[in-house]
Design a protein around this ligand. Structure first.
Ligand code: AMP
Ligand code: FE
Ligand code: FE
Ligand code: ZN
Length: 280
């Protein structure tokens, strides 16, 4: 069984539509894929409709933005009720904050480069959850940088002076809201220190007390030292571990299936989650 529990479509910052993503999952030989767009469930219906045609089972999820003392973290929620008011309200506020923050970044960039918000709007579909990758795409379209990776290495890095943070709810509140909505919460790439500061073990303990199910240990942003640290921590705290690609289509080098989750861990997610896995 090849199970990949973390991917993005173009309803957030991936480059493929949900239906094309499902076809890519089939081509990559996956049996099960989770669609986990940032702060939205807008891609669920299209992905579910592609299950019969592709034969790939779908875990419906969301990658929920959160903050821990100013550090930006991501919590994967699997199989939650998308209409639960508390969780749906949280991610709606975050989407709004992302919009304002995207405009603020573009205003800073516009002081030095010929870019406007219309350039960002032109590279995304209406209703997309805005992130720095879309600003990167606009910078590429304008010929200011060659690709997304170059944009993140230069103008969009937190060190470049154009960075603006965005409001997101506290991580413990997010874990509790995910459980209240019948979801199964997993800490995405908790040791991705290449992206900035990471949280201390003590914070992960608080999230486990709040109901965290697992740590996403096998992820390309974790080196061997982080994997060893997080595996030992998960053992000590009695939580599961997952592995995933964090696929973004052509937007990042991550390939579908490059990290996988064990079938028994998926079985536990399925039994704890409120929304069924969609099977062909
Ligand atoms: P934001 O959520 O707006 O702060 O932007 C962060 C997002 O950008 C993450 O979800 C990543 O998927 C994406 N990202 C980070 N680094 C890169 C990169 N080098 N190339 C493409 N996408 C990236
Ligand atoms: Fe992303
Ligand atoms: Fe993430
Ligand atoms: Zn992700």
């Amino acid at each position: 069984m090849r199970i990949d529990l973390h991917t993005h479509s173009n309803v957030s910052d991936g480059t493929e539509s949900p239906a094309v993503l499902m076809a890519s999952a089939a081509a990559a030989g996956l049996d099960v894929v989770a669609l986990t767009d940032h702060d939205t469930t807008a891609g669920w219906a299209e992905a579910a409709a592609a299950v019969p045609g592709t034969g790939v089972a779908l875990v419906r999820g969301t990658e929920v933005s959160a903050l821990v003392g100013g550090v930006s973290v991501h919590l994967l929620s699997y199989l939650h009720d998308p209409e639960h008011p508390e969780l749906a309200g949280m991610i709606a506020r975050t989407r709004d904050a992302r919009q304002h923050r995207g405009r603020a970044i573009v205003e800073l960039l516009a002081e030095d480069y010929p870019i406007s918000w219309a350039d960002v709007a032109a590279v995304q579909q209406p209703g997309t959850v805005v992130g720095r990758p879309h600003i990167a795409d606009a910078l590429v379209a304008l010929g200011i940088v060659p690709d997304r990776t170059a944009a993140f290495d230069t103008l969009l890095s937190a060190r470049a002076g154009y960075y603006v943070p965005y409001y997101a709810p506290d991580a413990v509140d997010v874990v509790r809201a995910i459980r209240a909505a019948g979801g199964v919460p997993v800490f995405a790439h908790p040791g991705a220190d290449g992206r900035g500061r990471v949280v201390a073990d003590r914070v992960i303990e608080e999230l486990v007390d709040g109901g965290l199910f697992a740590l996403e240990v096998r992820h390309r942003d974790h080196d061997d030292a982080q994997r060893a640290r997080l595996t030992a921590l998960a053992d000590r705290l009695g939580v599961a571990v997952t592995g995933s690609s964090d696929y973004h289509g052509a937007g990042k080098p991550n390939r579908l299936g490059e990290n996988l989750t064990a079938p028994d861990v998926l079985g536990r997610i399925e039994s704890e989650g409120r929304t069924p896995v969609v099977r062909a």
